[in-house]
Design a protein around this ligand. Structure first.
Ligand code: AMP
Length: 380
């Protein structure tokens, strides 16, 4: 833990984690540019360390310049941009790659976009080391993202808290009283929320992720997102989902791993709807193990099938989910659960990682039951 002015900060990203994200991003940009020499434009002050390291990892011809804008006072964004200090190069008809240390609300990007459009650039690309998806309220596409991070105030590696902390080689996150930060205790917490369709996993995940500072990954949500956007993954999963069948393991496992990799700075994950087969559970163990992590606990939300089926049919009236509207599809999802997912109870029980709570009650009651279990293993 470190102190800057009146606040305490806890370690969030090591220098080597940052360096791998920077190297990956430099490679992505290099793979994208053709013969044309781009102009990189760093946005000062925050980007100075990032620009320097990015340039060391970027091996193609390029030009470099800096501009200065300021939108932060203290730990909350004021949303106002105070200042622009000049761009000493001609950018007309050139490809400009703006380099930001962090994008949160996106207010700065709006100003930058306007500024460069007025200067008639040929193409404008945005590269940022850190991106806070939960804070982003604009629709300007971001071309290159080093890491997605939770919506927490961070310092270090160029980023400041009231002008201090920029010189730190690592990134620190504001320590809050209520936020459990596994990095404090050197453990990552990875929770598998387990239960039949309709048991309330998604609802509870929304509360638990904030309470314990976890990244929530719902494989059902990721599949639905891909379906809606008609991606290749969505097309591959569609027929299975429409029938209420499980999507094949290989597809699901690689998708899950990609979701975890997208959140390099996470201090824990809440897996919702994954694993659903023994093969997925084994793959998850192997994958987490390769990172020096593991499943901390699997918690099941228990409820009677008939109550759940009624809940899903009710949800289907408003959710628009085809798989919630047809009782035979719902029953098929339960058959899939009983045949392929239920054996996981034994799998995790043998590892002494299986807990279960009564999933019937008000949302708050069920959250309290889950928190009691989680607090218990955090204290151990
Ligand atoms: P859910 O929203 O969790 O009920 O998931 C909706 C549908 O997505 C499921 O019926 C499956 O077709 C698919 N799906 C979600 N998670 C998985 C998983 N771990 N393995 C296989 N299929 C999944």
């Amino acid at each position: 833990m470190i102190r800057i002015h009146d606040k305490h900060f806890v370690p969030f990203l090591s220098a080597s984690q940052i360096d791998s994200a920077v190297a990956k991003l430099a490679q992505e940009i290099a793979d994208d540019v053709d013969e044309e020499v781009p102009i990189f434009i760093g946005v000062l002050n925050g980007s100075f360390m990032f620009v320097s390291d990015l340039m060391k990892h970027y091996h193609k011809p390029c030009e470099l310049s800096f501009i200065k804008l300021s939108s932060y006072q203290g730990t909350t964004s004021t949303g106002t941009i105070n200042e622009l200090i000049g761009l000493g190069v001609e950018v007309k008809n050139r490809t400009v790659i703006v380099i930001e240390d962090i994008v949160d609300t996106g207010n700065t990007l709006v100003v930058l976009k306007k500024l460069f459009e007025d200067k008639e650039v040929k193409a404008l690309k945005i590269a940022t080391l850190f991106f806070k998806p939960e804070a982003y309220i604009k629709d300007i596409p971001i071309d290159y993202i080093g890491m997605e991070i939770p919506n927490k105030f961070i310092v270090g590696y160029g980023l400041d808290y009231d002008e201090q902390g920029r010189n730190l080689a690592e990134v620190y996150q504001l320590a809050t009283e209520n936020t459990y930060n596994p990095i404090n205790s050197n453990t990552m917490i990875n929770i598998v929320l387990f239960g039949k369709p309709g048991a309330g996993k998604g609802t509870q995940a929304e509360f638990l992720k904030d309470q314990y500072n976890l990244v929530h990954i719902s494989t059902g949500d990721v599949f639905r997102y891909n379906l809606k956007n008609n991606t290749e993954l969505g097309q591959q999963a569609k027929a299975f989902m429409d029938r209420g069948d499980l999507v094949p393991d290989a597809l699901t496992i690689s998708m899950l791993q990609a979701e975890v990799e997208k959140n390099a700075g996470a201090t824990g994950f809440l897996f919702d709807g994954f694993p659903r087969t023994i093969a997925q559970a084994e793959a998850l163990d192997k994958f987490l193990d390769s990172k020096g992590w593991g499943v901390t606990a699997t918690i099941a939300l228990e409820a009677n099938d008939e109550i759940l089926i009624q809940r899903l049919l009710e949800r289907g009236k408003t959710s628009g989910r085809a798989d919630d509207q047809d009782e035979s599809k719902i029953r098929n999802r339960y058959d899939e659960y009983n045949e392929k997912t239920a054996p996981l109870i034994e799998y995790y029980t043998q590892k002494d990682l299986f807990y279960s709570v009564n999933g019937i009650g008000t949302i708050e009651e069920v959250t309290r039951r889950l928190s009691t279990i989680i607090d218990d293993f955090i204290d151990k």
